[in-house]
Design a protein around this ligand. Sequence first.
Ligand code: KMH
Ligand code: ZN
Length: 273
Amino acid sequence: MGDLLITVAPTGAETTKDDCPKLPTTLAELVETAQRCEAAGAAMVHVHIRDDEHRPTLDPQRLKDTVVALRESTDLVVQLSTGGSVRDPLEDRLKVLDAHPDSCSLTMGTTNFGDDVFLNPWPFVCELYQLSQDRKVVPEFELFDLGQVAALHRLLDKYGLPHGGKVHADLVMGVPGGMPGTADALVASVAALPSQTTSWSATGIGRSTLAVALASLAKGGHLRVGMEDVLTLARGVPVEHNDQLVRRVVELGRIAQRTPMTPAEARTLLGMD
Ligand code: KMH
Ligand code: ZN
């Protein structure tokens, strides 16, 4: 039985193809990445898509085609990002659910995001959450700071449990503008999670990736990794393929006596049975 959920976030919306030619931006590259990451131990894929010029897009047909292609070629839990890029309008982000993913990310508040602002006003969060309940899509609550943990309490108190009855949160740590990617911040955030939380994972952006992964394992949490979050394996050593990051945390998990979950086990964890 697996007891470690590994999510791969292979692409993101921030890195350009010119800056990182190995970033999977086409559908073929995304499918190949998803297959290799599943073979390496991932059970869920957090998906951002790109257009023909490799720019972030929320094009509805592309999103639908992506969900279908990932379902045909892998067993992974398919999670579409509703965060998109910092330039995506809120109404386009709501339409992501029209693609019928298994899961969607749902960020619990507005965050300074480097020099930009990742906008998640409270009415938008509430609308997206209720839409996920109506559409039977399981949300993953993305928490960029401690205030967003408090917002998750408010959301669950007001609107009840997600579709499927499980509450899965993901601590996104080390964004310039959010909480730091440290063991101390992870411990404080985990202590503050709502009692309804049934599972949580964590990811550390950039050089905080290893500190966050180790702290998460130490606290019994799950892991997200991928080129959305980190582009180097060590100083000056670029990631060549997302499966390197998955294999690295599988090894960390092995040392911590944790076994990667299969996608089927992940579906049970997340209330998708
Ligand atoms: N690209 C970031 C602005 C999510 O996927 O839900 C937002 C993000 C969060 O990546
Ligand atoms: Zn994302």
